[in-house]
Design a protein around this ligand. Structure first.
Ligand code: SAH
Length: 500
């Protein structure tokens, strides 16, 4: 049975600009055939077994010829596979999608096309340029600048007379000729032009000038391919509509040291604010909740009248184990539930329980202050938490009543180990603007992984709260800023304030 090929537009660069259908195709594919302009981040959504084939083209240095690409896609589909052909922007805008589709249909392969946001429109938008505007342009024209390869001559006389916005793709090697041809055919030399390099990505750079000087400006600023060349009065709107480059964390690289499974919230918030999160998981969570001593205690959970949760991990592992053991939330009907902070409380809510107490200060001391006057010697407290937690809470509460600590997980050295040298180099070359620490173990492990705290001395180190800061100082590291609220939003607030 023949498979199927989806010709999918990946959007202009920002990976979130793909369509829902496009993402579905990535998630379902047996094979993904992709090129240079499709965001690599999109590939992380593939199935584990999915085969990846890179057929990227640098404009003059083709990795694979178009014929070879057609053959690869066709062959895989005829083997019965679902093939997602992922292309930058829209597959039919200078993407040779039409040729690929035709080739496949001629050979009896089922083809479906998922349009994407073309860089010609989306790339301009991210540079603050609306491609049409009632005051400036009532049409637009998307033109290939790669004249030699296309082996066609453009009608410059007509192009120069158009009143709409002109957008040249693949035009950087011809920029000088494009300007000269437009001026030579009567377009005003002071017509505004923008060159947008790596539009919609963290590398976006924009040069603005006129037909007369844009070539020199672009050379001076070192912009090359891939770039869009936008010609017309709409370029003037950039002054007011430049939302992307004005994002609060634009251009900032932030190291995220949390465990991979947990890093997504922080990373996503950084990304949505225009920053670049660099994930380097220094810790990994190891589930210990299966151990007999722990399951025995969980079976007796009903005997406790206080349960204290000090992390999201603790909540998840404890409740999942409870459910595995055949217990449900009725077991906790008489218990007071304490959460160390909002995020932990939110996690508890997922299990249909509402935390009764969330202290003002999101640390163990905060919990102790809330509880010390409520507790009596008859109370029984259960604390499911990390093996390496500080002694403070258990020691202090033990002075009042019975306390049982359940070490439901431990944090071990993370999975970032493969990219260790790379990260070390980036830190030493000051390519990273901020390093975030969300727990003491992220501090200790980062130091362990890069080998020497000295390497971190010149970096801006951001701490989630006083306990993490203390660990940093013990290792001789300077805390650049500490979050006021000891959670992820607290860290985000610090990052934004630093930028401002
Ligand atoms: N199908 C794509 C275009 C492919 S042709 C689309 O719809 O966007 C390749 C050219 O597109 C590049 O040479 C460049 O001119 C432009 N391009 C694509 N993505 C770009 C980006 N993120 N930034 C700037 N130019 C881009």
């Amino acid at each position: 049975m023949s498979g199927k090929v989806f010709l999918v537009g990946a959007g202009p660069g920002d990976y979130k600009l793909i369509t829902m259908k496009g993402l579905e195709c990535i998630k379902d594919a047996d094979v993904i055939v992709y090129d240079r302009l499709a965001s690599p981040k999109l590939l992380t959504y593939k199935r584990n077994e999915c085969e990846l084939i890179y057929v990227g083209k640098e404009s003059s240095n083709h990795t694979k010829t178009q014929d070879e690409i057609n053959e690869i896609i066709c062959e895989k589909a005829l083997e019965g596979k679902i093939v997602t052909r992922l292309k930058g922007g829209d597959p039919y805008v200078f993407g040779r999608g039409g040729e690929e589709g035709q080739y496949l249909i001629d050979r009896g392969v089922d083809v479906e096309v998922i349009p994407g946001i073309t860089s010609a429109i989306g790339g301009l938008a991210y540079a603050g340029i609306p491609i049409t505007h009632r005051d400036y342009a009532s049409s637009f024209h998307v033109i290939t600048g790669h004249l030699k390869e296309e082996n066609q001559e453009l009608n410059w006389e007509v192009l120069a007379k158009l009143k709409g916005t002109l957008v040249f793709l693949m035009g950087m090697s011809e920029l000088k000729n494009i300007s000269a041809n437009l001026i030579g055919n009567g377009m005003k030399a002071n017509t505004p032009v923008a060159v947008i390099n790596w539009a919609t990505t963290e590398r976006q750079k924009v040069a603005v000038g006129t037909l007369d000087d844009i070539y020199d400006i672009t050379l001076r600023e070192g912009l090359s391919s891939p770039s869009l060349i936008a010609v017309g009065d709409v370029v003037k709107m950039r002054g007011s509509l430049n939302f992307f480059e004005n994002k609060l964390l634009n251009g900032k690289k932030v190291l995220v040291t949390r465990a991979r499974a947990q890093s997504s919230t922080l990373s996503d918030k950084i990304y949505n604010l225009g920053g670049t999160p660099i994930e380097f998981p220094t810790i990994k969570i190891e589930d210990l909740s299966e151990e007999k001593s722990i399951t025995d205690e969980i079976m007796k959970v009903k005997e406790y009248n206080y349960i204290i949760f000090t992390s999201q991990n603790g909540v998840k592992l404890f409740f999942n184990r409870m459910i595995d053991l055949g217990l449900d939330m009725r077991q906790l009907a008489n218990a007071t539930i304490v959460a160390i902070g909002n995020v932990t409380a939110q996690e508890i809510k997922k299990y249909n329980l509402i935390a009764d107490i969330v202290p003002k200060k999101y640390i163990a001391e905060g919990i102790y202050e809330e509880l010390e006057n409520r507790l009596s010697s008859d109370d029984k407290i259960l604390i499911p938490r990390a093996k390496e937690s500080r002694d403070f809470l258990v020691d202090e509460l033990n002075k009042i009543c019975f306390v049982k600590e359940l070490k439901v997980y431990q944090t071990v050295l993370g999975e970032g180990i493969q990219s260790q040298d790379n990260i070390k180099k980036m830190i030493m070359n000051k390519e990273i603007d901020y390093i975030t620490f969300t727990s003491s173990s992220t501090v200790k492990n980062l130091v362990k992984m890069i080998g020497d705290p000295e390497i971190l001395k010149n970096s801006h180190l951001i701490s989630i709260g006083p306990i993490t800061s203390k660990t940093m100082m013990e290792l001789g590291l300077e805390v650049y800023r500490e979050a006021e609220d000891y959670d992820i939003d607290g860290i985000i607030k610090v990052l934004v304030d630093c930028k401002g």
